[in-house]
Design a protein around this ligand. Structure first.
Ligand SMILES: Cc1cc2nc3c(=O)[nH]c(=O)nc-3n(C[C@H](O)[C@H](O)[C@H](O)COP(=O)(O)OP(=O)(O)OC[C@H]3O[C@@H](n4cnc5c(N)ncnc54)[C@H](O)[C@@H]3O)c2cc1C
Ligand SMILES: NC(=O)c1ccc[n+]([C@@H]2O[C@H](COP(=O)([O-])OP(=O)(O)OC[C@H]3O[C@@H](n4cnc5c(N)ncnc54)[C@H](O)[C@@H]3O)[C@@H](O)[C@H]2O)c1
Length: 467
């Protein structure tokens, strides 16, 4: 049995921890899937490469409003797909090669297999090569991420379906695609495939798509989505079957009736569950909550001394920038056990890279009301700023919520072009405590950049005169 100073389970953000500063440590890294984890291989990076291509494919549908007539001649799916994965797959392979064989990693052993605890600090790895290894360590980092949830729907397993793990590698573009779900993954893939000319039907159980967003944003997004593809809200999927001709029949119920929807491929996008169940954590004393998330304290330490956790296996914010932040905290705390730092989850932003984009940070208006927090709202439409005129945008807007007394920003929500970048100064202001009054007035805002959306939303806040 080999003993290590540190074992890391999972090579998403977990893989970013070990560097030269760990040169004196004997380290093991355990990975059961593709090296590099979700974001690199089946998550953020390939999806955004597809989104960019989709944005290009969608341009002709709107260009005539600018007096430019364009036509989409075709989408060469195999080339679209292969450009993306011919770039990503070698990165995963070279990441694995680096850890396995490079001189920098002489102190690191990689186990290609599934780790499960068989003692408080003992891990058994069932190797992909059929070998079983038992290892022990003083410290562990649980960075095993999450996987797609597959809901129980009669007939689903027999009919066959895709998740975000497989849909990007389709052999050919389907004529019709059904998507069950109405969150991030559904919104991004509906944009991608509908822009490529696929007939998309999005089946949502809720009344609004992206229902966790600020109410005004979710409402606007749902209206706009309905203009682009078939959206069935308030639909419960009750059965799925594969027809003799290879198509898939989806049966749904909605408040006033029942529907039958025929598609050629089906994407399940109803959320992700933490991979904590694979780890047999009962053997360690590491606690998980009712959603299966590993419980950690502010230092990212689990309920067992020396076992840390980060990313999707522990956080309710299943986002790469959160996993990366937590990895930095864990790294510091491993190296400086007597001078540990806390994770900062005060203002976790997110963006949905659909069409239009959405970006958000802080409280929604509904959350502020529910918590009884006093707030004012400053709102600005893209249609009312110069760059919005250039783009002829008629539907996008930003809203900023602030405390009227102190001017501190408590939330910001944007729907429209470049929302994921336009929001960044607000995240900065919130993180560093810059008040809305000073933020609007004590700096230059480049004219006529899209950031004027934020400048004007700030100026529209009715703050108390003294703030
Ligand atoms: C389609 C999609 C698009 C996304 N887009 C974005 C985006 O635009 N922006 C954003 O911020 N986030 C995005 N995310 C979320 C983001 O990908 C995740 O939050 C992030 O990758 C989590 O990182 P992690 O290190 O916690 O886990 P992962 O990257 O999932 O890494 C965990 C690794 O652990 C391995 N593993 C699990 N259990 C074991 C075990 N027992 N033994 C050995 N190995 C194990 C897994 O094989 C995996 O490789 C997206 C996710 C998806 C699915
Ligand atoms: N741009 C990004 O940052 C990005 C992109 C993709 C994914 N992600 C991350 O991955 C996570 C998973 O994405 P997701 O879209 O799968 O989950 P999600 O949590 O965003 O949305 C899932 C949706 O499915 C609905 N749902 C749940 N069960 C259902 C059922 N049985 N039938 C129909 N609908 C059902 C839920 O009400 C919810 O609206 C996200 O929460 C996000 O953290 C992030």
């Amino acid at each position: 049995m080999t003993h290590y100073d540190l074992v890391i389970i999972g090579t998403g953000s977990g893989n970013t921890i070990v560097n030269r500063r760990f040169a004196d440590w004997k380290v093991a890294i355990v990975e059961r899937g593709t090296f590099g984890g979700t974001c690199l291989n089946v998550g953020c990076i390939p999806t955004k490469m597809f989104v960019h291509t989709a944005d290009l494919a969608a341009t002709p549908s709107i260009s005539s409003r600018y007096g430019v007539d364009e036509e989409l001649i075709g989408v060469r799916w195999p080339e679209v797909r292969d450009r993306i994965f011919d770039r990503i797959d070698p990165i995963a392979a070279s990441g694995s090669e680096y850890r396995h064989h490079h001189a920098d990693n002489a102190n690191v052993t990689v186990y290609d297999g599934t780790g499960r605890f068989t003692g408080t600090k003992e891990l058994t790895v069932d190797g992909k090569d059929g070998q079983t290894s038992v290892i022990t360590a003083d410290r562990y980092v649980l960075a095993g991420g999450s996987r797609p949830i597959i809901p129980f729907i009669p007939g689903l397993e027999d009919a066959g379906y895709h998740t975000s793990n497989t849909i990007m590698r389709l052999e050919k573009l389907p004529r019709r695609l059904g998507i069950i779900g109405s969150g991030f993954v559904a919104a991004e893939f509906a944009h991608i495939f509908s822009s490529y000319g696929v007939d998309v039907t999005l089946i949502a159980r809720s009344e609004l798509l992206l229902r966790h967003e600020d109410g005004d944003i979710a409402q606007r997004f749902t209206e706009l989505a309905r203009g682009k593809y078939d959206v069935r809200i308030d639909h419960e999927t009750i059965g799925v079957a594969r027809n003799d001709d290879g198509s898939i029949l989806i049966r749904t119920l909605y408040p006033d009736g029942a529907d039958k929807i025929e598609v050629d491929e089906l994407l399940i996008a109803v959320g992700r569950t933490p991979n904590s169940d694979v780890l047999n954590l009962d053997a360690t004393g590491v606690e998980v909550d009712h959603d299966g998330r590993v419980v950690v304290d502010e230092y990212q330490q689990t309920t067992v001394d020396g076992i840390y956790a980060l990313g999707d296996v522990t956080t309710p914010h299943q986002l790469k920038h959160v996993a990366n932040h937590e990895a930095r905290v864990v790294k510091h705390n491993l190296l400086h056990p007597t001078d540990r730092i806390k994770a900062d989850h005060r203002f976790v932003p997110h963006a949905v890279f659909s069409s239009p984009q959405i970006a958000s940070v802080g409280l929604t208006e509904e959350e502020a009301r529910e918590r009884g927090i006093e707030y004012v709202v400053g709102r600005e439409n893209y249609a009312d700023i110069a760059y919005g005129w250039a783009m002829e945008d008629t539907s996008g807007f930003a809203k900023i919520l602030a405390d009227p007394k102190t001017g501190q920003i408590i939330g910001c929500h944007i729907i429209g072009p470049q929302a994921s970048s336009v929001i960044q100064p607000v995240i900065q202001a919130m993180s560093f405590g810059l008040d809305a009054y000073a933020m609007a007035r004590n700096q230059y805002w480049i004219h006529p950049a899209m950031s004027e959306l934020i400048e004007n939303a700030l100026l529209h806040l009715e703050l108390d005169p003294k703030s």
